[in-house]
Design a protein around this ligand. Structure first.
Ligand code: NAI
Ligand code: MG
Length: 485
């Protein structure tokens, strides 16, 4: 193995910071209920994870606040939205999509500031995909009868939607676009650490002149989420987050008749065969686990390498890691940004410590982490046994566990040896092998010679403890519809 050195200083680019002046933050935000700002009775401060700078004071919605939001959504549903022709609903969704595109830079800066992700990802992935989801579902709004021929689709009613902090605006779009396309109204709760793009989105709703109460946004932590789940006026819950909370919600809703979709955790296998294009595979592995600091439910966190290429692949991977730039999320050169919260950083540190203790070998490239804020260096564990916690539990950080296999059968058996089943990757030059693997991998999405690729036309969702229900595509309409016939 060659001696790995950091990139010489004189090779590096000068910083290219995006201007944060493009976003104007209010010092304080309320809840967006019935098209108005509701003054919060309880508040907390939301931070920038890159340096813990306080950004704004936001509301911690109480049961009463949630009740008012659900009431506003119910009124809007009854007073016109549910009977509006689909072609009219589509106009609002198209408007929202276009405004998001026009204001993309502003949203991208705020997403990186409040969440910690690199600006090039919020700019090139989160924002274009968020707009694309609204465009895509705008197209379905007046075609529901054709989507489900010989059945009579109608809206469910009020949807309660609870989203995580890893893709705040994108998860909002995944939830709100199909709900509105199908004629539902919405109460959405962003994650407690990343409320700001959802609050800025309320301004987009006003610009689009969406009727008041069709979308309501309440901020707060798990208590607010629980109040939304419990509320009798909610007809459907859509949740994306941890498997533990997902299970608790499922238990709570059992027998209530409320519809439920759960998009939970993952521990995806990325399987690399010895006939793959090695350099492309290394790029895919890096994108699979270090994209968005590894805060990705479908992250390729378990790498399975065919034994015959183990050494060259691991060598190339480590070399590639030395070129990743870790640092300011607002710098356009940054590849790996800040960890979203202190709590998440502590969870990553704890699991990485367990990997060392259980006997895996750790590699981290030389890199200088900023002094303030929440940071974790890109990490690779080799010599990992399937029984180790780092091979079993979702770390949700920039940490890869490398394991090996000899035959395709062994790869399938090891890849499926997990309670999760959200996504998987296969790297090989043979199409027949891709199809053979895809049939056997118990995962909602299987990528071939690529990873972490998304499109609104393609359904996304899990098997087993990764949840149920699909978001995206035609399948993503179904959870927001009832069928009379
Ligand atoms: P979490 O599941 O607690 O939070 C997700 C959302 O659920 C947030 O909006 C939160 O406020 C809300 N929530 C929390 N408790 C709730 C309750 N009892 N009822 C209703 N809503 C509730 O996830 P957390 O604590 O932020 O992260 C813990 C771990 O979960 C992470 O380390 C990661 O492994 C996993 N996670 C997975 C995600 C995924 O997309 N697969 C997303 C977020 C977290
Ligand atoms: Mg939690």
């Amino acid at each position: 193995m060659t001696d790995l050195q950091p990139i010489p200083d004189d090779w590096t680019y000068a910083p290219a910071p995006e201007s944060r002046e493009i976003v104007t933050l209010q010092p304080r935000y309320g809840h967006f209920v019935g098209g108005e700002w509701l003054e919060p009775s309880e508040t907390y401060e939301t931070l920038a994870p890159r340096d813990e700078e306080p950004l704004a004071v936001v509301g911690q919605a109480t049961e009463e606040d949630v009740d008012r939001a659900v009431g506003a959504a119910r009124d809007a549903f009854a007073n016109g939205w549910s009977t509006l022709p689909g072609s009219e609903r589509a106009k609002y969704l198209f408007r929202i999509a276009r405004i998001l595109q026009e204001r993309a830079r502003e949203f991208a800066v705020l997403e990186s500031l409040n969440g910690g992700k690199p600006i090039k990802e919020s700019r090139d992935v989160d924002l274009p995909l968020a707009a694309a989801h609204f465009f895509y579902y705008a197209g379905w709004a007046d075609k529901l009868e054709y989507a489900f021929p010989n059945r009579q689709p109608r809206a469910v009613g009020v949807a309660g939607q609870i989203i995580p902090w890893n893709f705040p605006l994108l998860m909002l779009s995944w939830k709100i676009a199909p709900a509105l396309a199908c004629g539902n109204t919405v109460v959405l709760k962003p994650a407690e650490t990343t409320p700001l793009t959802a609050l800025l989105f309320c301004d987009v709703l006003r610009q689009a002149e969406l009727p008041p109460g069709v979308v309501n946004i309440v901020t707060g932590d798990g208590r607010t989420g629980a109040a939304l789940v419990e509320h009798d006026g909610v007809d459907k819950i859509a949740f994306t987050g941890s498997t533990d909370v997902g299970k608790a919600i499922q238990r709570r809703l059992a027998g209530t008749g409320k519809k439920l979709t759960l998009e939970l955790g993952g521990k995806a296998a990325n399987v690399v065969f010895d006939d793959c294009a090695l350099d492309q595979a290394v790029e895919g592995i890096v994108n699979g686990i270090y994209f968005n600091q590894g805060h990705v439910c479908c992250a390729g966190s378990r790498l399975f390498v065919q034994e015959s290429i183990y050494e060259p692949l691991v060598e190339k991977l480590k070399q590639r890691l030395t070129t990743l730039r870790v640092g300011d999320p607002l710098d356009k050169n940054t590849d790996v940004g800040a960890i979203n919260s202190r709590m998440q950083l502590e969870k990553i540190e704890e699991l990485v410590a367990s990997g060392r203790e259980e006997g895996a070998d750790i590699y981290q490239p030389p890199c200088r982490l900023p002094e303030k804020g929440y940071w974790f260096a890109p990490t690779v564990f080799t010599n990992v046994a399937q029984s180790y916690r780092i091979a079993q539990e979702e770390i949700f950080g920039p940490v890869l566990s490398v394991l090996t296999f000899r035959t395709p059968e062994e790869a399938v058996e090891k890849a499926n040896n997990t309670p999760y089943g959200l996504s998987a990757g296969v790297w090989t030059e043979k199409g027949s092998r891709i199809l053979w693997m895809a049939q056997r991998l118990r995962a909602g999405v299987v990528w071939a010679n690529t990873f972490n690729r998304f499109d609104p036309t393609s359904p996304f969702g899990g098997y087993k403890e990764s949840g149920f229900g699909r978001e995206g595509g035609l399948h993503g309409l179904e959870p927001y519809l009832e069928f009379d016939a």
